[in-house]
Design a protein around this ligand. Sequence first.
Ligand code: Z5A
Length: 210
Amino acid sequence: MATRGAFIAIEGLDRSGKTTQVATLQARLDSEGIPVKLFKFPDRGTAVGKMIDSYLRSQSELDDHAIHLLFSANRWELAAAIEQLLAQGTTVVCDRYAFSGVAFSAAKGLPLEWCRAPDVALPAPDLTLFLDITPEKARERGGYGEERYEKEEMQRQVRDVFRVIASEFDDATWVTIDAGRKQDAVAADIWDCVHPLANGIVGPVQRLWV
Ligand code: Z5A
C-alpha cells in the first residue's frame, strides 16, 4: 500500500521557540532527503490573513467570535493544499494549527466546544508537538512583544487551555516537550518523535474532532 506524507503540527506559547524549531526540523528532514513543506498559521499573506494581521497588530477591532472564525477560515483556505501535499508523499509541518485557535479564543472566555466547531473535519495532524514553556522563562527570551495576545496573564490562560486539549489525545499523537531548555536538546526530542513518521504513513489523513 502506498504511503503518504506525515502531518506534523508544532504548537506552543509565545516565545516557546516554534519558529526556530520548525526551521531546524525542516533542515533535518531536507538533509535526510525527505520532502517537506512548511505552513505557518496564521498565514498573513492571504486575504483573510491580512485581516488577522491587522487585528493582531491592534490596527483594527473585531468581535472575539469574528476573529476566531477568521483564524479558522485561514486554515480552511489552505486545507486542500495540505491534503494534496500529503497525498504526494510530502511531509507537512505546521507552525501553529487549530489547537492554537481553540486555546487562544477559549482563554478569552469563549466556550471550548464553540471554539472547536469551525475546525471540525480539517485534516488532523498525525502528531502534535506542544512546546511548553513557563511565562517566566518566555519573558527571559526578550520579553513579550507588542501584539495583542503577548501578555503574561493571557499566556497563562492559554497554557491552561492547551493542557485541557492535550488531555484528550493519546501519547502517540500529542507530545509535550519542555521548550525551556537549550535549542539542541529541544530539537533532539522533536526529531526523536518525528523520525519514526518521516518515511511516510499508511492510511488516510484523519479528520479533526470527528
Ligand atoms: N493565534 C490565534 O489566536 N488563533 C489561531 O488560530 C492561531 C494563532 C493560529 C500570532 O501567532 C498570534 O496568533 C499568537 C496566537 C494567535 N499570539 N500569541 N502569542 P504567531 O505564530 O505569528 O506568533 P508567536 O507564536 O507569538 O510567535 P513567536 O513570538 O515568534 O514565538 P516562537 O515562534 O514560538 O519563538 P521563536 O521566534 O522561535 O523564538 C523566540 C525567541 O527566543 C527568539 O529570539 C529565539 O532566538 C529565542 N529562542 C528560541 N529557542 C530558544 C531556546 N531554546 N533557548 C533560548 N532562546 C531561544
